[in-house]
Design a protein around this ligand. Structure first.
Ligand code: SAH
Length: 213
């Protein structure tokens, strides 16, 4: 098989599963997922599965990244907030589609690795912060788009309030790891309109910055 074959197969699989947005498919084709997975798993970089990363976290499944990005409808002039940088793969996809992406991670070692990858790929429109994503990023609010890539048990009010009117947010919500769904939230003049999407399985959104050890 040629080196490109697993990637082409993955893109075809994404199309088959309903990813039709050419900008999203283009970004998934351009961002080298093999740089975001641990070396041990590089031969699985283009399998449609989540994989373990450091600090007991996971890099999301490519279909879920593509689906969330498509549902978020990111425009090239938009300011995006991501909570849960992890490997930085989803961040790199968002950066390819937006004006600037702000991303927060509670584990410093994960952020150091992600920043190294952004530098290596010469991506210059990402701003990072090690911190508690549950607080959002008030100094940079409001955002056109917000994406949370860890599952909340409760409605994250502080984050929702940092969304622009007319803005969209997408996140997994659920009390247990086996009972989570993605929801899309649109902020209207008076309220938030919530649409249920697909069942998913994400690591939990945890309060506070992770302790250094
Ligand atoms: N999109 C990432 C997913 C990483 S998993 C990727 O594909 O690589 C989710 C990440 O959210 C984990 O790295 C976890 O540490 C982080 N996280 C959980 N709670 C958080 C919080 N309160 N603030 C910031 N990051 C958080």
């Amino acid at each position: 098989m040629s080196e490109e074959a697993p990637k082409i197969k993955l893109i075809m699989e994404l199309r088959r599963r309903g990813i039709t947005d050419q900008r999203v498919l283009g970004a998934m084709e351009r961002v080298p997922r093999e740089l975001f997975v641990p070396h041990l798993f590089s031969d699985q970089a283009f399998d449609d599965t989540a994989l373990p990363i450091d600090c007991g976290q996971t890099i999301s499944q490519p279909f879920v990244v593509a689906y969330m990005t498509q549902m978020l409808a990111v425009g090239d002039r938009m300011k995006v907030l991501e909570i849960g940088t992890g490997s930085g793969y989803q961040t790199a996809i968002l950066a390819a589609l937006s004006r600037r992406t702000y991303t927060i991670e509670r584990y410093r070692p994960l952020m150091i690795d992600a920043e190294r990858r952004f530098k290596e790929l010469k991506i210059s429109n990402i701003t990072t912060r090690v911190g508690d994503g549950l607080k959002g990023w008030p100094e940079q609010a409001p955002f056109d788009r917000i994406i949370i890539t860890a599952a909340a048990e409760e409605w994250p009010v502080e984050i929702c309030n940092q969304l622009k009117i007319g803005g969209l947010m997408i996140m997994p919500i659920g009390k247990t790891s086996t009972d989570q769904k993605l929801v899309r939230i649109e902020r209207t003049e008076e309220d938030f309109d919530v649409t249920d999407l697909i069942p998913v399985r994400f690591v939990p959104l945890v309060e506070g910055v992770a302790r250094e050890n």
